[in-house]
Design a protein around this ligand. Structure first.
Ligand SMILES: *Cc1c(COP(=O)(O)O)cnc(C)c1O
Length: 219
């Protein structure tokens, strides 16, 4: 199957209301352009340097999403153009994004990354930290960021019952914080291996890499 066949197939599978982020990390400009010519405009990367290089070389109507862990000292490189920072996992990072957004006279959209998996290698807030963040009033104070919703990654396992349970947890947290942040709309969950379950559990945004582009080269 070609990249464009894969995109057409996945687009048919997912409801129109669910956004497809094509995860293009480690993939070449040519591969991204193949997806682009199939109509794809939203791409996800996990390294700021790689994303910045691609954004400078590729069409300007591409929306770039940062889906990986973000180091604060690198926020400035993506602040001019990034469309959505999905992996916001600390208050310090939120403040830095706000500072850099202000310099660029932009409002940068962000998702708060939640730790829903069993593995402790996956970054993110837990439920108590999220509640503390909401209570602190920081989100309301930071005028150059807009929180659009939550993002999470399920445990890497064959156990679909567990995956489903983790997605349910994320969706439930979304409903809880929507009471304080009524403008949030996005629950970013679901990757190549688990996006069907994620959509059943209320995902509004899936991040799909290998099912579109094939297996990644190790970096
Ligand atoms: C790599 C990555 C994806 C895509 O993974 P696939 O299994 O290739 O679809 C999605 N989300 C995040 C945060 C990633 O790092």
């Amino acid at each position: 199957m070609s990249i464009s066949d894969n995109i057409q197939r996945i687009k048919k599978e997912i409801p129109q209301s669910v956004a497809l982020v094509a995860v293009s990390k480690t993939k070449s400009n040519n591969e991204i352009m193949e997806a682009y010519h199939a109509g794809q405009r939203v791409f996800g990367e996990n390294k700021i340097q790689e994303m910045t290089q691609k954004s400078s070389e590729l069409p300007k109507d591409i929306e770039w999403h940062m889906i990986g862990h973000v180091q604060r000292n690198k926020v400035k490189y993506m602040a001019p153009y990034v469309a959505l920072i999905q992996g916001v996992d600390s208050i310090k990072l939120l403040k830095e994004i706000n500072k850099q957004a202000k310099k660029e006279q932009r409002i940068i959209s962000c998702l708060l990354q939640m730790h829903i998996a069993e593995e402790d290698t996956k970054f993110g807030f837990d439920e108590d930290e999220l509640k503390a963040l909401l209570k602190s009033g920081v989100i309301q104070e930071l005028e150059n960021i807009q929180i659009k919703g939550l993002m999470g990654m399920a445990t890497f396992t064959e156990n679909t019952i567990q995956i489903r349970k983790e997605f349910k947890t994320l969706k439930a947290m979304f409903e809880v914080i929507k009471k304080d942040l009524p403008d949030i709309t996005e629950v970013s969950m679901g990757m190549s291996g688990d996006y069907s379950i994620a959509i059943e559990e209320g995902s509004t945004m899936v991040r799909i890499g290998s099912s579109i582009f094939g297996a990644r080269n190790k970096t």
